[in-house]
Design a protein around this ligand. Structure first.
Ligand code: AMP
Length: 249
């Protein structure tokens, strides 16, 4: 069974993002970029399926600028067999990405398509759901356990206040939640080997997709700054302030 994994290049989660002075977006110049953390979990899950002998080939896909090749090479170093970059300088929206992924699904016919539940830049949480709808296949979103057996996938989903387990006929889409697994680090020999693995470059037009954005960002604002705290000298002073200033007791 082939497994397709979608990986997005985003600002590294350790970076404190800064809003541009003109409020049109966040500063990306000279900022460290990395693979979206939920996509790392998606790659790890695919690699574990291959280690169990369930997956036979892992294909990593990214839609983005030329340097998204870096994140694809990371996926290859972690265990993907080959990669496809659908290159575009446009900041493609989930619908365009889902349409492109649908084109790849049609060509590659994977048994399972694994995506992150959300990309930490746009926080959209849309692409996996849209892909499943476009492909007319089932979806198990926010997965914290995935079991593949007998042409079916059992997915335990993290939902409000509990867990739900669903069974999906394959092919199906799975989106990863934080607790699905703990991704491994790429070893140096695997990073070297990854340089020789195949990486195809395509364009949205190859899949008949116009990636022009349909949504215009009007403005981006940072959260309100927290007020500085104060130090109190005594418990009595603390109680007095909580009662009369904060009015919480
Ligand atoms: P989103 O719907 O934008 O929150 O993204 C959810 C998931 O869709 C991500 O974790 C990726 O697995 C996939 N995805 C989103 N954007 C891209 C992209 N440009 N290239 C590849 N995969 C993507």
């Amino acid at each position: 069974m082939k497994v397709l994994v979608a990986v997005k290049r985003v600002v590294d989660y350790n970076v404190k993002v800064r809003v541009k002075a003109d409020k049109t977006g966040v500063e990306l110049a000279n900022v460290k970029m990395a693979m979206n953390p939920f996509c790392e979990i998606a790659v790890e899950e695919a690699v574990r399926l291959k280690e169990k002998g369930i997956a036979t080939e892992i294909i990593a896909v990214s839609v983005g600028p030329q340097n998204a090749q870096e994140q694809l090479r990371t996926a290859l170093a972690l265990g993907a067999d080959r990669a496809i970059l659908v290159q575009t300088e446009v900041d493609a929206e989930p619908l365009a990405i889902a349409k492109i992924l649908k084109g790849i699904v049609d060509q590659e016919q994977p048994g399972l398509i694994v995506l992150g539940k959300q990309a930490i830049d746009g926080d959209n949480n849309q692409t996996g759901q849209m892909l499943a709808a476009l492909a007319g296949i089932g979806q198990g979103t926010f997965a914290s356990v995935v079991k593949v057996e007998g042409g079916k996938a059992q997915v335990t989903r993290e939902i409000d206040g509990g867990l739900q387990t669903v069974e999906l006929a394959l092919p199906a889409v799975v989106t990863t939640d934080l607790r699905l697994n703990e991704p491994r680090y790429a070893s140096l020999p695997n990073i070297m080997k990854a340089k020789k693995k195949p990486l195809d470059v395509k364009t949205p037009a190859d899949f008949g997709v116009d990636a022009t954005p349909r949504v215009k960002t009007l403005k981006v604002e940072p959260p309100a700054e927290r007020k500085a705290g104060i130090k109190v000298k005594t418990v009595e002073e603390l109680v007095e302030k909580l009662k009369n200033e904060a009015k919480v007791i």
